[in-house]
Design a protein around this ligand. Structure first.
Ligand code: BES
Ligand code: MN
Ligand code: ZN
Length: 484
């Protein structure tokens, strides 16, 4: 997708986003020439368009330099923030592109601050055309997304290009997440990571099952033991000269979560190809950081395993040992994410970064608590939490901070046979999981854990999302790095 500075008023589509207040004062609206302005004015005075949130008026134009007019309502000014604008733009561009418009003009400058708009325009333009349809046979009725060029009255080359890179990173992650378990398993994921490392000049280490044994990565080995596809641990490093900070990202990469011997019922097993989202996001962040040429040393740790039931699978009652020596009683083999993350968090702690950020589709409980549109943030450091929440608010990937101090729930981590048990009672399941992870993090390091089980997979399209993987948190993490 190309975004260009609006120079002449001509394109297949004209897109205008208006708040309710803008329709009341439309005579002040600048940027439209006489005839079109009168036309929009008459639509408004007939109440055909009032600017109501989520409303869309689409009309073919005759005798105009545009073929189609799209008006989108943003609702009341007070409640119209950059996230609503970004979502509305993505929605509008998606419609425009699907309705076979190749070029579009967009008028935005009345809406918000220039830079903020430019960056979000880049994100929306980058994300609007994405669908996962590579396995569909494309017959003569197939209509590809046509939109190729956007002319905008807001134009800041740097901000727009940053926005596009954020979007591309997110799409890169979605593309892998959406691949099913028959395509992506630990070693095929590692192949992709190696390709990325090669292309972007990153250091890359891949540990196979023998190395995992030698390195005492007992959590990853246990979870991977039931599958014919053995587990992998990946460490990518992006190391620019004179880096001003060192940040580690950790991702859960369960390429398929059947639950293991504590097997999931069928309705809970579909979409579990998405249980590798954390690792896909981390890979996308590494790639994005290199593309954005950030001046920060960044480490990506990814734990890849397939959680399957079989004769060799790990079992309830097993006692395993994580990399830091802590023993863990297995109560439920479906609580596998925390086990693969345990080893990875030890590894991240060992390199002593300024901060560790892990992300994982960890608990259904977090989705129950916060819904499907918001992820849970658990953090041992207020400054990190504040910065990370600010990024999340700017990028529209909503988070809610959850408690990481709870002595009563911490009490239930105890096992009579081992140092820890991997699963407690149903209530407070997301907090239990976070407290479990805390046992593997160096307490002197600022650490954030993001439980993305809720917003991970979209069942319908809206805003910047389409059905399937969201790759939620990629843009937030890159925004966090950009603002360090
Ligand atoms: N991958 C799941 C969590 C999940 C659920 C992600 C729904 C996305 C959507 C995780 O491994 C899991 O199975 N968690 C269990 C934990 C329980 C056994 C303590 C859960 O949430 O039920
Ligand atoms: Mn599970
Ligand atoms: Zn899982």
């Amino acid at each position: 997708m190309q975004i260009k500075r609006l120079s002449s008023q001509a394109a297949d589509a004209l897109l205008i986003l208006l708040r309710e207040e803008d329709t009341e004062n439309f005579s002040n609206f600048s940027g439209l020439d006489g005839k079109l302005r009168d036309f929009v004015m008459s639509l408004i005075s007939r109440k055909d368009f009032t600017g109501k949130k989520g409303s869309l008026v689409k009309l073919p134009l005759f005798d105009s330099s545009f073929k189609n007019l799209y008006l989108i309502g943003l609702g009341k000014e007070k409640k119209c923030d950059i996230n609503l604008i970004r979502d509305s733009l993505a929605w509008g561009f998606r419609k425009i592109g699907r309705e076979r418009n190749k070029t579009a003009c967009v008028l935005l400058k009345n809406l918000s601050s220039y830079k903020e708009l430019a960056l979000s325009l880049g994100e929306a333009a980058g994300l609007c055309g994405y669908v996962f349809d590579k396995y569909k046979t494309k017959d003569e009725n197939y209509e590809p997304f046509a939109l190729e060029e956007i002319f905008s009255d807001i134009y800041d080359e740097n901000e727009i290009s940053t926005g596009i890179k954020l979007a591309e990173a997110q799409i890169f992650s979605r593309e892998i997440i959406n691949e099913p378990g028959c395509v992506i398993w630990p070693s095929t994921f590692a192949d992709i990571a190696q390709d990325v490392a090669h292309e972007f000049n990153l250091e890359c280490e891949v540990w196979d099952e023998n190395k995992l044994k030698a390195e005492r990565m007992g959590g990853i080995l246990a979870v991977g033991s039931g599958s014919k596809n053995p587990p992998r641990f990946i460490h990518l490093t992006y190391k620019p000269e004179n880096a001003k900070k060192k940040i580690a990202f950790v991702g859960k990469g369960i390429t398929f979560d059947s639950g293991g011997l504590d097997i999931k019922p069928e309705n809970f097993m579909t979409t579990m190809k998405g249980d590798k989202t954390g690792a896909c996001n981390v890979l996308a962040i590494m790639r994005g950081a290199a593309e954005l040429k950030l001046d920060i040393e960044i480490h990506g740790f990814m734990s890849l395993a397939e959680n399957m039931p079989s004769g060799s699978a790990y079992k309830p009652d097993d006692i395993i040992r994580a990399r830091n020596g802590k023993s863990i009683e297995i109560d439920n083999t479906d609580a596998e994410g925390r086990l693969v993350l345990a080893d990875a968090l030890c590894m991240a702690s060992e390199i002593k970064p300024d901060a560790i950020i892990d992300m994982a589709t960890l608990t259904g409980a977090c989705a129950v608590a916060l819904g499907k549109f918001r992820a849970g943030l658990f953090c041992n450091d207020d400054k990190l939490a504040e910065n990370f929440l600010a990024s999340s608010n700017r990028r529209g990937e909503l988070l809610w901070r959850m408690p990481l101090e709870d002595d009563n729930i911490a009490e239930t981590l105890k096992s009579p046979y081992a140092d820890l048990i991997n699963c407690g009672e149903r209530y407070g399941g997301a907090i239990f999981a976070a407290l479990f992870l805390k046992e593997f993090v160096d307490e002197n390091i600022a650490w954030a854990h993001v439980d993305i089980a809720g917003p991970d997979f979209k069942d319908k399209e809206y805003g910047v999302y389409v059905k399937g993987a969201s790759a939620f948190c990629v843009r937030t993490c890159l925004d966090y790095l950009l603002n360090l």
